[in-house]
Ligand binder design. Sequence first.
Ligand code: GLN
Length: 241
Amino acid sequence: MAMQQGPALDKDVVIAPVALQGAFAEHQVMLKKLSLKRKICVVLVRSEEDLAKCDALILPGGESTTIALLARLAGLLEPLREFTKIKPVWGTCAGAILLAQEIQNPKKGGQELLGGISITVERNGWGSQVESFEAALEVEGLRDADRAFHGVFIRAPVVCSLNAKPSEPPIHVIARISAGLLPKTQTVVPHDEDDTDPTDARTIVALRQGRHLLTTFHPELTADHRIHEYFVSECVLSTCA
Ligand code: GLN
């Protein structure tokens, strides 16, 4: 599939949640509500033909193993990997797992990833559904950055390590949680509830690498559009030809 690197200035920018499983409709609604300088066109991706029209993708939360399986069955796994090599992709929760390069605690027998961001994540790192939680986050670069972003974490992955090689775009951390919220069984050093430990990768909940964005929580389950706005302006429109 021939893909151009960035959207040309004379056409609408096409942004699409991958609509195989999970919270893609919520992302679609959020994207449609954005008010930006440049017009965007929001579509859903279920096939290679859909993908060919897109300038950027969102991999939604849901279940990473199911999304990967359905992508394989739809013949989309390799095209998505190719897309990820050259165009902006944002992964939320299950989507963050798909966008990671390596995984700990995969499904029994292993699971397929797209790669794209040079990190290792631990799937279900906080535990099962009952260990889900919410936390006020400071996210760097958002509009009204002083106003906390409400992070919704549902069977979220934990970032274990940042593995960018010198030849790759650097990883830029944009949000951490307090170390006191880390899974108790894994906490090595006792921390204050308000402490965000800058040396512990596990406190990272949002990051960028090049044109990609990753959040281990679910911005699409809130009424706050600022991370969608951030993705479109900082990761997508900034790459426009
Ligand atoms: N734990 C899920 C997975 O493995 C992700 C959960 C979510 O997206 N809320 O994909």
